[in-house]
Design a protein around this ligand. Structure first.
Ligand code: SER
Length: 343
């Protein structure tokens, strides 16, 4: 059996945890997991090797690259949008310089191994910037190439890194007399807000939906930081993992784009509260908009047009709104808080 070696950055993050749990069940995969903080059990024993360190540490990346031949890199490490507004220069370093380091590493690996290295990149609906609520409502499901005027450091970082990915795939060192030997096969997904039953995100601006759910499950009151009518796309975590794995597996010749929108459901904040309250009726959720965070969410589309992902690699979410809550999120949080464990 051919064993695939996968480098995963941001391993302790929400997507990283889900991806490790899924990939480690496959017999033909070994995971090299990197995170700024030590990767604890039970995740640790699911990895072939874990490394603690910074994606800005070129020496660390070099030593990993010298030790392993990677087939694919899942570069998940990032500072999310709210955190990035609080520390914009740190965000730029981690989100942009960190990604550049990983792309260079992928190119170096490709040269040495004499084959393409797949680079899976989670981008975000934060790359969009709708100038007003009227234009947001009129725009409906936004296609990949419209309204690319992000307002946040995070969105700007993600959009720029999508372009860096295109450069490393198609134009790297284009003036060299001999075309460079390596090639990075960059594949990006623009994720909606993600909701997991197992973890609560930190530092994002779409965090209000998972926070409504996780507070209710713990019987804690919650003041939602956006208006009741706020509407952006969301997705259940298993679908986010599925999308990454399906995009990685898609035959290259079927892909017409470097970066794809993917959609699942797009409830208003009020609808999320209603669904959650139906399961946890005793709990109190109020709306107390933080006008600054609200204006970020208002600049994100209310829906995304994911026709390219559907036709190129067969994207279809398994969880619509009802199924996400009734079969995954509600039972998942009930189990999670019945048996407390590290998030
Ligand atoms: N979930 C991200 C954030 O809120 C957006 O992709 O920053």
């Amino acid at each position: 059996m051919q064993i695939k070696t996968i480098l995963l950055t941001g391993a302790n993050g929400e997507i990283g945890r889900g991806l490790i749990t899924h990939l480690s069940d496959l017999a033909d995969v070994r995971i090299i997991a990197l995170d700024l903080h030590a990767i604890e059990e039970p995740l640790r024993s699911r990895c072939y090797r874990t490394a603690t360190g910074d994606i800005l540490d070129a020496g660390l990346l070099e030593s990993l690259s010298a030790a392993y031949d990677f087939d694919s890199i899942y570069h998940l490490a990032a500072l999310l949008s709210t955190k990035s507004e609080r520390q914009p220069t740190l965000a730029h370093r981690v989100n942009v310089d960190g990604t550049l380091n990983l792309l260079e590493m992928a190119m170096g690996q490709s040269r040495l191994q004499g084959r393409e290295i797949k680079f899976l990149y989670p981008s975000s609906i934060a790359v969009y910037g709708l100038p007003s609520l009227e234009i947001k409502a009129a725009a409906g499901a936004v296609p990949e190439d419209s309204h690319l005027k992000p307002r946040t450091m995070y969105g700007i970082n993600k959009l720029y890194c999508e372009e860096l990915g295109r450069y490393y795939s198609s134009y790297y060192r284009q003036l060299d007399a001999q075309p460079p030997k390596g090639r990075v096969d960059f594949r990006g997904l623009r994720f909606p807000g993600l909701i997991s039953a197992a973890t609560v995100p930190t530092g994002g601006t779409s965090d209000f939906a998972p926070e409504i759910l996780h507070h209710a499950a713990q019987k804690e009151p919650y003041a939602c930081f956006v208006r009741e009518d706020t509407r952006i796309p969301f997705m259940a975590m298993p679908d986010a993992i599925k999308a990454l794995l399906e995009l990685e597996a898609a035959p290259r010749e079927n892909l017409t784009r470097q970066v794809y929108n993917i959609g699942a459901f797009n409830p208003s904040a009020g609808e999320v509260v209603s669904i959650v309250h139906a399961a946890f009726p005793a709990v109190e959720t109020s709306f107390s908009p933080d006008l600054r965070r609200q204006s970020i969410v208002d600049s994100w589309p209310q829906d995304v047009d994911d026709r390219a992902a559907r036709s190129d690699w067969g994207w279809k979410a398994s969880y619509d709104l009802n199924r996400a809550f009734s079969e995954y999120l509600i039972p998942g949080v009930v189990r999670r808080y019945r048996q407390p464990r590290a998030s």
